[in-house]
Design a binder for this molecule. Structure first.
Ligand SMILES: Nc1ncnc2c1ncn2[C@@H]1O[C@H](COP(=O)(O)OP(=O)(O)OP(=O)(O)O)[C@@H](O)[C@H]1O
Length: 892
């Protein structure tokens, strides 16, 4: 069978598509040609490069970070910590990560504007782009800024900066564009401080700013507090917290304090605990259109025996897999594939797509005229994006092949010794399941691998395989297949077949049948598809994905400072007090997973109880934490996967490595602690629960500045209900480990909001105490925070208005990593040991060439899915002592 490709479509601008087309028309595409064309790589390079350059070249980072700190624990008098939350306008994380004003070439919003995805705008262009206007690197703004303060009529408020939505103004100030403050001056005139604040004059301008913020001309209270000598050494006691809380309750607004009152404050004992509940941005009202979700009928009443299948195969399905009737996608897909046709299959998560291709594959292979020999090599190639999914698919194929023992399945997935994989390939594998990276590695280095008999190519999670920068790998694989055999049956599957896949399908599938369970016309023959090519791609552009019927979706808007305690309260509520829950929590980077795993384990699971024997009777022994991410040793990764697969309860902290395809039974809650990069990824993450007709729940945690994400989901017909943070926090009332002991206080009943806050503060203090218990843990927290910021810059351009690094408040964020202050040395990890002088910002073309910067971000994204051969990323070793935060080696 020859794959006939349609004439070259001019609308296919994507280079990868062109590559693939060339491959599929049997033009041999050299890997050299292919190598430069992955759009992801240069963008990663650019983003990470920009970030690294910005961070490492900015000598003022420490000062900038200090200015954004929010903790009350730091000494005041000119020290860092007061500014962020207690009076001065918050400094965004972008400011910390960006080059200083006035440096050559520092015009662009380096970190913030630098994209990590194909098609993102060039950083140089960003200085004139609307998104960049209003930053303090905007040349236009600078010129304007030199004119100094601009009086506005009374009551005239400046328009809020698009990137500071939801941040409430500090007392006496209104945050303005460019991260500057609008101050209420005497006489009721609003003054905009537009001075660009050159570095040498920052103290002066800071003083001016403080004066402007204080109506009586006095510097704000924070600046007048007496510094503590023993800032971080003495752990906070509950008495400290109580005093802190009561003083904060009684205190009048800062701007109304007289000097006398300030003196009183000075005499109070130093309090180390942060003010979790003050100066948080308002939680915006969630406006969401009630949308009709796309829903599919998962089940049919038709049994497998209605199909023309081998009786042993039917009995295996019934007895080994314990399945009797077909799901909709199976009913639609199996007959099509049995007819030898190509197919493009879309059906909701957990609807049985694996068997939809597995059953016809086994049926066709077992019935081949000349019996399959092991030495024939692969008859079928199944590509999947992750190792765990490879293992899972292998497991399913093994079960299906039970009665047909002469057909040998095998898996190549990285992380295993290449030698043993080669030996297995030499012996012969008839159904080869692999991740693309690992297969390419073998194509290049294993002589015995061949595809002379390969008649099936199945790409599961096809959209993911393409958008992860695997195009190059897929190109190499298709080249290898085409070189040895021209005819093949091709199948692409996913719950979210996006536009990119449709383009690939147009060129890679031969007269395919498009099967989409949610569509009204569920099966469209290839002939109809040809005539409707454009409408088909329009349908994909719309990207309305089906959501399992019994899945309840929630969203919770939580200010950055409160994220960690709220997550902890949620875990306690579901997994300790309600019990019988099995939960998956998604984070945006491997470092965060490692960090939060240790932290939650220590603080919630009673790891600290040895240090606090009085609480040992309140052990949370039921909480079983596990973690899974791409930087773990494969052996441990498999162990964790198997353990979570079999367990009935537990909490798995993971990256998107677990987002696709994994069928983990009895998962009741999916928590997305960091929002996914696209609605498609949202669908896959939540799809780890409510599978095959079961019930399930999901919770998406958003910052106030990210609340608009809800509308975005609604535009894809995804409905979420709001869950209130206060309600989640109130579950801390059930855990007396976090009770603040006040002498003479009666046992409270119900949920006194003040007591909830006290308990949240106690819990936050526990987190902070643990993080600050050693230098290693502090460094680890900073590294996790840095990786979060790095990942934050990779949101695609069309989501930048929601997830913009400029919207983040570094000091507040630091709290959610258990840090008492905004970190002052985020450069440490990228510039450690480097004594190079600050260089002018490299040109974009240079950034594209640089590989060092590329590694940072590319590894964050790709290490999750790598072949396991050559990442160069520091692996999390299995040995216990190497996992201890204190022993953590920070890669430079
Ligand atoms: N006909 C059926 N009846 C009952 N259960 C089934 C049937 N077919 C498959 N299953 C079970 O449904 C679960 C989900 O199947 P599968 O993993 O293939 O879903 P999927 O559609 O590939 O999901 P995802 O899109 O997340 O990859 C599995 O546990 C599988 O054993």
């Amino acid at each position: 069978m020859t794959i006939s490709c349609p004439p070259l479509c001019t609308s296919l601008s994507c280079s990868s598509t062109a590559m693939l087309r060339a491959v599929l028309t049997d033009t041999r595409w050299s890997s050299d040609q292919a190598s430069g064309s992955s759009p992801l790589t240069p963008c990663c390079s650019r983003t990470a490069g920009s970030l690294r350059t910005a961070v490492s070249r900015n000598p003022a980072l420490g000062a900038a970070a200090a200015a954004s700190s929010t903790s009350e624990s730091s000494p005041s008098g000119g020290s860092s910590s007061a500014a962020g939350s207690e009076g001065l306008p918050p400094r965004s994380a972008a400011a910390i990560l960006q080059p200083p004003l006035g440096l050559p070439g520092a015009c662009a919003a380096a970190a913030a504007e630098a994209p990590g995805r194909p098609g993102w705008g060039c950083p140089a262009a960003a200085c004139t782009a609307p998104g960049a206007a209003g930053t303090d690197r905007d040349p236009g703004r600078l010129r304007q800024g030199r004119s100094g303060a601009v009086p506005l009529p009374l009551g005239t408020f400046p328009p809020p900066s698009p990137h500071r939505r939801g941040h409430g103004p500090a007392p006496g100030t209104v945050p303005g564009p460019c991260g500057r403050s609008w101050a209420m001056a005497a006489g009721g005139t609003l003054l905009l401080n537009l001075s660009p604040a050159p570095r040498g004059r920052s103290r002066q301008s800071g003083a001016l700013k403080r004066k402007l913020q204080s109506p009586n001309g006095n510097p704000p209270l924070k600046r007048k507090r007496k510094p503590s000598i023993n800032t971080f050494k003495k752990p906070a006691t509950e008495v400290d917290i109580r005093q802190k809380e009561s003083s904060s309750q009684k205190s009048t607004p800062k701007k109304q304090l007289t000097d006398n009152q300030n003196e009183n404050q000075k005499s109070k004992p130093f309090i180390k605990t942060s003010s979790l509940f003050r100066n948080n941005p308002d939680i915006p009202k969630i406006h969401r259109k009630a949308v009709q979700q796309v829903q599919e009928n998962v089940f049919t009443t038709d049994s497998f025996s209605q199909l023309d299948l081998h009786p042993h195969l039917i009995s295996t399905i019934n007895t080994v897999l314990k399945i009797s009737s077909m799901t909709s996608v199976q009913k639609q897909t199996i007959p099509v594939l049995l007819q030898g046709k190509d197919a493009l299959v879309r059906s909701q998560t957990g609807s049985g797509k694996t068997l939809a291709y597995g059953i016809p594959l086994v049926q066709s292979l077992q019935g081949m005229e000349s019996k399959i020999q092991r030495s024939d090599g692969p008859y079928a190639l199944i590509l999947v994006p992750t190792r765990e999914l490879a293992l899972q698919s292998f497991d399913t194929m093994q079960k299906l092949l039970k009665p047909f023992a002469w057909i040998v399945p095998g898996v190549l997935m990285g992380g295993e010794k290449r030698k043993s994989e080669k030996a297995r390939l030499r012996k012969g594998i008839n159904i080869l399941i692999s991740t693309p990276g690992r297969l390419v590695d073998h194509i290049k280095s294993t002589e015995c691998i061949h595809f002379r008999c390969t008649q099936w190519l199945i790409i599961d999670e096809a959209d993911r395989i393409l958008d992860l920068g695997f195009e190059k790998d897929v190109t190499v694989i298709l080249n290898a297949l085409n070189a040895e055999r021209q005819t093949r049956q091709n199948v692409l599957l996913s719950a979210t077949l996006t536009e990119g896949v449709t383009r690939l399908a147009d060129i890679s599938l031969n007269d395919p049948v498009s099967i989409s369970i949610a569509d009204e016309t569920q099966i469209r023959p290839a002939s109809q598809m040809d005539g409707q090519a454009s409408s088909s791609s329009n349908c994909m552009e719309q990207e309305n994905f089906a959501v399992p019927e019994k899945l309840k979706q929630y969203v919770m808007v939580v200010p950055s400072k409160l994220r960690l305690v709220t997550l902890a309260a949620f875990i306690l509520e579901k997994c300790k007090f309600e019990k019988h829950h099995k939960m998956i929590i998604f984070f945006s980077s491997c470092e965060q997973v490692e960090f939060y795993y240790e932290l939650l384990l220590k603080v919630l699971s009673g790891g600290l109880e040895s240090e606090q024997p009085e609480h040992s009777s309140l052990s949370s022994a039921h909480l079983q934490f596990l973690r899974l991410h791409g930087n773990m040793e494969q052996e441990e990764r498999t162990e964790v996967f198997q353990e979570f697969l079999k367990s009935k309860t537990g909490i798995l902290l993971c990256t998107d490595v677990a987002a696709r395809g994994l069928d983990l039974p009895q998962v009741t809650w999916i928590v997305q602690y960091n929002a996914p990069a696209s609605p498609a990824e949202y669908i896959h993450r939540i799809g780890r629960t409510a599978r095959i007709g079961c019930h399930g729940n999901s919770l998406l945690v958003l910052a106030p500045s990210e609340a608009e994400y809800v509308s975005l989901l609604a535009s894809h017909k995804i409905n979420v209900s709001e869950m209130k943070m206060e309600k989640v926090l109130s579950s801390l009332m059930k855990d007396n480990r976090f009770k603040l002991h006040r002498p003479g206080r009666k046992q409270s009943c119900g949920t006194d909001p003040q007591e909830v806050r006290e308990r949240a503060t106690v819990l936050q203090t526990r987190f902070e105490d643990h993080v600050h218990s050693s230098e290693g843990t502090v460094r680890w927290a900073k590294k996790a925070l840095q990786s979060f910021l790095c990942a934050y810059t990779t949101y695609p351009r069309n989501l930048k208005h929601i997830f913009h690094i400029k919207s983040l408040h570094l000091g507040h964020l630091a709290k959610s990593f258990g840090l008492r202050d905004a970190p002052q040395n985020l450069t440490a990890f990228s510039a450690a040991g480097s004594k190079k002088k600050a260089k002018p910002r490299p040109k974009r073309s240079d950034l594209l060439k640089k590989t060092r910067g590329k590694h940072c971000l590319a590894e964050i994204l790709r290490s999750e899915y790598s072949s396991g051969m050559d990442t160069g990323v520091s692996k999390v070793k299995k040995k216990k002592n190497q996992r201890k935060p204190g022993n953590q080696q920070i890669p430079t």
